[in-house]
Design a protein around this ligand. Sequence first.
Ligand code: CA
Ligand code: CA
Ligand code: CA
Ligand code: CA
Length: 623
Amino acid sequence: MKFESFFIGLLVIVMISTGAMGGMSGMITSDHASGKNSDTMRYQVTFQPPVIECTDSYAQVFVKGANQILMQENLPVLPMFAEIIKLPLGTKITKIQPNDFTVYTVPVPKQIRPADEPVPVKRERISDEKREDALYEEIFCYPENWYASTQGVGIDRGERFLFLTLQIYPVRYLASSNQLQYITTTEFEISYETSLITDTVQGIYDLLVICPDAWKEDVGELKTHKENRGIKTQVVSLTDIINENFFPLQGRDAAEQVKYFIKNALDEWGITYVLLVGGRKPGIPEEWIMPVRYVHIYWANEERYISDLYFADIYDANYNFSSWDTDENDIFGEWKRTSVLKDDMDLYPDVYVGRWACRMKAELEIMIQKTIRYEQGSTSKRVILAGGDNFPQAGIEGEIVCDKTLDFLPGYDAEKIYASEMDVTSKAMKKGLMKGSTFIHLHGHGSPIYWSTHKEGGEEDEWEDGLKFYDLPFFFNSEYPIAIIGGCHTAMFNVSLTVHAWTGGIPAPEGISWWFARKPGGGAIASLGYTCFPVATPGEDGDLDGDGINEADCEESGYGFMQLQLIYAHGIEDEEFLGECWGYAVRNYIDLFKKPASAHHFHTIQGFVLLGDPSLKIGGYGQ
Ligand SMILES: [Ca+2]
Ligand SMILES: [Ca+2]
Ligand SMILES: [Ca+2]
Ligand SMILES: [Ca+2]
């Protein structure tokens, strides 16, 4: 019976991930009369009493049994426990109820250390933003509750699930009296119903390509190529969508119409991948060949940015269309500087979405020919790594993240272009790529048209040569790598000669990531970067990714974690297709950092974009 096998699977997942610290006992009560299975599971966690350590200025709290850190800007840094429970598609949580537990209180000798301001990955510091004092006068008890939970529906290895994240806060801080409240054991009852929906349709098509009408015929060559490799492909034009050639038209604007089409294709055809074909139209007014969605989450002086994740997050945890505008005011992803988060967003991708941001048909031709050539061949098991000292905090962050990249690619050789060993130049990157490689990973600072880093301890205005948009025409490598360009705004694809926000006033026709991918006779096959400021996490605040091993924070959170997860998906989890790797990275980031909601993590999640074919077979199929 399906339900039993799921329950055993769940038990295994929970026991593996929590080890000796947590445990779970389940009780099954089935209610067949209502046509639904309603069940309850019990979830128990135990903690050691808190240990308090003091520095000169602050106290720090540690709890054995807590596997993560609660960090919100200017609020106390406290241990927390988080568990991610994967439930079958169709499950609906009806109740999460803690049983009675005992609360203890202890005094704290000093104020608990507040979390620092999150650092945007940018070239210049934001001059008008200063760290304010801790917000302790505004809090009575932090966190307000003993637990929180978040749910989402998304895809994992081609299968869809409900993801439940349960966060438990074993200590709470009473700021006015400088005391800690703590618990040592807690048990939850989680009630749920199953089989609300099922994935009945499996893979009538695997890949959906959406393109403008005028390019549809040209995409035929890509379809033939993909189908020869067993990827069942459907090509649909924007006109097909509007003319209701497949499904009834839904949606308040062009972007939402595309998203509803993707939903229908997921429901009716069981698609896994979506390739959006089209970028900005050439010209002064901002118009799009293929629609985009701007979200409005304010952080680091950035008020809005494009998120292609919008097109991938189709369903929310209640199996409703994930509109990203839950207050229905036509402002999507709204969290303005002076307001709270207005729109609930599930975020978990339900399909793997990539974009060829082509501005003209010639670019489409280049991408089709590059893709066919790439997938028919194979690339060398080499990775080009470029990094340096990105932040004044201890550790050479770019090199730490690049070293970890190589750890996650067993059997690979690396060409390291490290600021500690040499100058980080585009010349060295070109030279490295001439020998062939599957990936190039740059981890540093960026702008839409430039990527760079520093020598160790280098001044903020002393930059390595780096990669500049005007270097791109001179890449003539014959093997095309997947380029991961870690830095702020590195994958903005709305740049034009007249609109060039964040380029430092330098006009450029377009951004570096897409340019690198669509470069004929060289460059990359796909690029990944950010359409906005992602967050960086230099320094050391504990085991931020909660895997039980405390490593440098630059690998455990922020943009470094995101990019490393993508590599991990391929090198360690053996994901063969680029879309799966993107989805893996985004999903894991959401699991860990969606809650408590913070603008900098939303930027990092929503801005991480795949400018490439999500059905791309990494390294090619070979001859
Ligand atoms: Ca809204
Ligand atoms: Ca979703
Ligand atoms: Ca550093
Ligand atoms: Ca750490």
